[in-house]
Design a protein around this ligand. Structure first.
Ligand code: AMP
Length: 274
């Protein structure tokens, strides 16, 4: 495995790759969610490039940029074990100059839900993903459904900018207890971990309702809010179609149910595609 810390090193390492490239961009502190993306990318391509970059432009003032979990040594070992071809770990200076042009998230889809609660987050996310996709020369790039709105916006960016890469949506990986894996889960105490389960429990409640034939969005949202009462603060419970348009009734096969809530230090998100 080559560890590339500069653009030149990345380009040099790419020269010897022949065939399709699967690419998995991450912010590190790798867990089984990341690993499932990497395994899928490995299976579907001849080569695998992984990036680890905690991108400053997608963090808002006051967010956890400085304290974001970093585990470079362990991450490097994991990537070696998974037979990653190139691990790209650039510095901020490699990725950005002082006065850059920026692309912006779409004015509606990029500024609701996560985009409303974290204004500017998606601008920074798209900016770095555009750079990373271009740098990777990937055939296919893999993103988790865990960050559903991010995934939909990246797919739109690739379409709107005629980028020559296929975006692959990957299933959410959960702990046995249902908690969606996240690098930020390490902030949770044992007691908070129990309350964090309320997010996936609220989604299970929604599934049960839909399976029983209840499609009314307001009613499902109310039921989910009841389940979520033990969290510190619910930021949103939303039911949208796969393009993030609001729905009055669940459309089976075209719906995403999303929840964001605070439990202790971390702000947690989870969702369900039905
Ligand atoms: P991050 O390092 O948090 O920026 O995540 C990197 C990629 O891993 C993103 O595409 C995430 O959506 C994906 N990811 C994070 N957590 C999970 C999970 N529990 N299951 C599946 N994919 C995930």
């Amino acid at each position: 495995m080559v560890i590339a810390r500069t653009i030149d090193e990345l380009n040099e390492a790419k020269k010897v790759l022949r065939g399709t490239i699967g690419f998995v961009p991450t912010m590190g502190a790798l867990h089984h969610g990341h690993l499932s993306l990497m395994r899928q990318a490995k299976e579907e391509n001849e080569h695998l490039i992984v990036s680890i970059f905690v991108n400053p432009t997608q963090f808002l003032e006051g967010e956890d940029l400085e304290s974001y979990p970093r585990k470079d040594e362990a991450d490097i070992k994991i990537c070696e074990l998974l037979e990653v071809d190139i691990l790209f770990m650039p510095t901020i200076e490699q990725m950005y100059e002082a006065d850059e042009l920026c692309i912006g998230a779409p004015k509606v889809k990029g500024y609701i839900l996560e985009g409303e609660k974290r204004p500017g987050h998606f601008d920074g996310m798209l900016q770095v993903v555009m750079k990373l996709l271009n740098l990777s020369s990937a055939t296919k790039a893999y993103f988790g459904k865990k960050d559903a709105q991010q995934l939909v916006l990246i797919t739109q960016m690739v379409k709107n900018y005629f980028m020559d890469v296929e975006i692959i949506a990957c299933e959410i990986v959960r702990d046995d207890n249902g908690l969606a894996l996240s690098s930020r889960n390490i902030y949770l105490s044992q007691e908070q971990m129990q309350r964090a389960l309320l997010l996936s429990k609220s989604l299970k409640r929604a599934t049960k309702l839909v399976m029983a034939g209840e499609l009314n969005v307001k009613l499902i949202q109310q039921e989910m809010q009841t389940v979520l009462k033990g969290t510190d603060e619910v930021e949103y419970v939303a039911i949208v179609d796969r393009e993030f348009n609001t729905l009055k009734e669940v459309e089976i096969g075209n719906t995403i149910i999303l929840v964001a809530a605070w439990v202790g230090k971390p702000r947690l998100i989870d969702n369900l595609w039905i």
